[in-house]
Design a protein around this ligand. Sequence first.
Ligand SMILES: Cc1cc2nc3c(=O)[nH]c(=O)nc-3n(C[C@H](O)[C@H](O)[C@H](O)COP(=O)(O)OP(=O)(O)OC[C@H]3O[C@@H](n4cnc5c(N)ncnc54)[C@H](O)[C@@H]3O)c2cc1C
Length: 387
Amino acid sequence: MRILVVGAGPVGLMFCSRLSQGGHDCVLIEQNRFDQTFSRASTLQPATLELLSELNCLSDLEPYGEIVSEVMAWNLDDGTIRESSYRILSACTNFPYRFHLHQSILRERLIAELRRRSRCHLVEQSKAVAVHFDRHDQAVSLEVKLHGVSCLTQTFCGDYLILCDGAHSALRQQLGLRFEGYDLPMPVVRLSTPVLPACLEEQLAGVSYLQAAKRSLSCLKMSDGWRFVLRPSLSEVYEATADTFWARQCLADSFADLVPPRWWFSHPAKRDSYNVAQRYVSNRRVKRVFVLGDAAHVTNTRGGINMNFGLLEAYSLASCFLNDAGQDALDRWNVFWLGLTESVLMERTTQLHSGRTPHFLNPKNDELDSLMRSCLLDLLPYTHSSF
Ligand SMILES: Cc1cc2nc3c(=O)[nH]c(=O)nc-3n(C[C@H](O)[C@H](O)[C@H](O)COP(=O)(O)OP(=O)(O)OC[C@H]3O[C@@H](n4cnc5c(N)ncnc54)[C@H](O)[C@@H]3O)c2cc1C
């Protein structure tokens, strides 16, 4: 069998990595160069670490990331702190921690691993522009525009096509798949700093959710510093996305009792911002085409679930192909993951809106069960199912 994959983001790469453990050929088509790097998602959840370990990719990643076991919610107004630890998952996983890693490094390492495997043909700087179905629904073909050659396209043929071409997928639109949901009115703003004052670093857990009357912010410890994730109000958007001043001022206000405000203005920091939405496709399968990852769902990024969910579903679909699943099983895969998208991904990420405290940090909930769900360990069994 020959499977075409569009998009060398983490999800397309996970699909190809799993598929190349078996006897199928795949062709991975990416519009950009493989060595382009953008800083985007940063959290690998325990369920994803289990899968990367099975693919023998984890040890390559370990030197580049940060193991984070402790998590806290800190109310800056009244000083209340609630803590939890991923260590309570020790009986359920070999990886009772989050692994904070820049998405670009995950991508780079997965590409390097695929280059070593002969059954995956990697095509870069080539943009997929159109999908065509065989009249008898026995195959699918993809028109690809070759980089730098203005009108030249090449046609690739395969038994199946997997679209992992991201949130703005043009091919999804061409297939007539609706991407229903809503855009969130405010962007997410991130400030990254290589250092923190020791007094603050001692107070924070590797993942810290901070709340004050006026705002909430998340703090993530990375291997190369700290990442602060802030959510401006509507009236703050212009200022928040203009330069670093707004974010620096938020941190100065939030930690005024611990850190002299001028500290935040006298140290290097990088800012970026991105828009968020809650949207998903109404169907994951159109004939011989499947849609995965951000092309199938985008969510609020709080809690670090969306990309991890995409990685799990990619592994799951590739496992179906490895098990030589027939058409009925593939249909069942479609219905099943569509259901999980609604009942798990959308539900859990909606709960994390507006800076609400994650479930496992709320003493009313069962801590172990809530933590398992927040890091998607409850979905792990489905990634090996043959449907
Ligand atoms: C600026 C930004 C910051 C983010 N930050 C966070 C964060 O902090 N935390 C978090 O959890 N998530 C974050 N996300 C979301 C996270 O990056 C995504 O969930 C993740 O990248 C999804 O992976 P993917 O493989 O599905 O899609 P993508 O990573 O978007 O990959 C899609 C790939 O397809 C390629 N492609 C697209 N169209 C074509 C075509 N026609 N032909 C060939 N190739 C094509 C693209 O070039 C790209 O390489 C962020 C996203 C953005 C945009």
